[in-house]
Design a binder for this molecule. Sequence first.
Ligand code: BG6
Length: 489
Amino acid sequence: MTKRKLVPALYTLFVQDLLPERFALLGVSRSSLTDTDFRSKMKKAIHEFKEIEDNDKIDEFIKQLYYTSVLLDDAASYETLKQRLEQLRAALNIRGNTIFYLSTPPSLYGTIPLHLALVGLNKQEDGWKRVIIEKPFGYDLESALILRDKLLKDWDEDQLFRIDHYLGKETVQNLMVTRFANGTFEPLWNRNYINHVEITSSESIGIENRGGYYDTSGALRDMVQNHLLHVAGITAMESPSSMEPTAIRNEILKVFQSLRPIRKEDVKNHAIRGQYTAATMNGEKLIGYREEDGVNPDSDTETYAALKFYIDNWRWGGVPFYIRTGKRLPTRVTEVVIHFKPTPHFLFAQKTAAKSCNYLIIRIQPDEGLLLKFTMKTPGSGFEVQDVNMDFHYSDLNDQRIPSAYERLIHDSMKGDATLFARTEEVIEAWKFLSPVIDCWKNDKTIPLFGYPVGTWGPEVADDLIEDKEMTWRYPCRNLSKDGIYCEL
Ligand code: BG6
């Protein structure tokens, strides 16, 4: 993480003059490294993972990197950290503004802030002190509440920045602009015109080398509890009173508070889980989830999750929302699809049985953009009709670079702008909402875990979640289990 994402993102900020004039970046871990060792490791990492084509400033940046060895679960070690920070501040003449970025196992999220506070590193007299943590913020509702209490004992909410890197994605933020800067979409954005909303985040990769983590997590905790519920929150929120962080986060929170609880007896019909099994994808033989390193061979952890839910408020009453995510699906795509209601009376002959509906696809990645599907006349005699697209691709703005989520989020945390970070209440509401599903999947052995061959779109029964029986999920490309069929997005 430090090598791949954080240091390259900081370098990119440095190149754009977005870091303070005087700063120090202190690497901290158990390993015993010198400043020089750390610098040379990070220099290599920047060359490999940098997000901007500018090598001229690497040496200048690297000079600001330092390293100190600290046992993060040992309170006594934190005096060493404090001294090193004080010494750097004095030598470089920098103020006390400090961000502690916890790129660590989640088991340390309670411990590190506590130990920092014990040596007074949470005190803000000489400048602000902030803690950034990555998800998972807890493992379930109970552990999330414990973590919340631990963190809030010594730190104020506005010192805590919980990274949800999806919120840092340019296209997720653009969802708000699409909705609230245009007069065309907003009047239609409600139960009167929208049939259902679909949010898909599919990945073609498996669990990479993260078997140990993933097997205790699963798709629901890894993607839905945080990233995808937030995307749903932004899709469904009311217009905030301003672009102030609190105003925006209040609206997202209200959506979470309006999520209709899924009753235990309904879990079967509202949530589908799956796990990938061995198959050939694009000509390559791929192993199943249970054969992956670090995974229990009898594991019933889901690598696919699909969910149907409702938001009980005036805007969305009765409109089903669907979320689906999975590993080893045919392609990498994240998109929100707004399915508008069909016309009340369809006059034209259609080639397909599917109802004619307009839909708006907000493509979060890749090929970021917006696409509106609508029906047009096929040229020629009669009134044959066909679906056509009107689209915008971010890549058309070719003089604009899309910053990485980490670059944006680290910069925001330095500015103290918490808009794109998850607030305690949001995290807790999201766990509350998913608790019945988590409990049933754990304890109710009658709920099936469906196998799906790698390269397919997950369990076929997930289509049954869609209420309107003439519709299915949107499939941006065909299955890849049969060799040689590539995706057309
Ligand atoms: C992470 C999950 O939070 O998000 C990963 O832990 C997942 O399992 C990743 O692969 C997806 O992020 P992105 O930005 O590639 O969609």
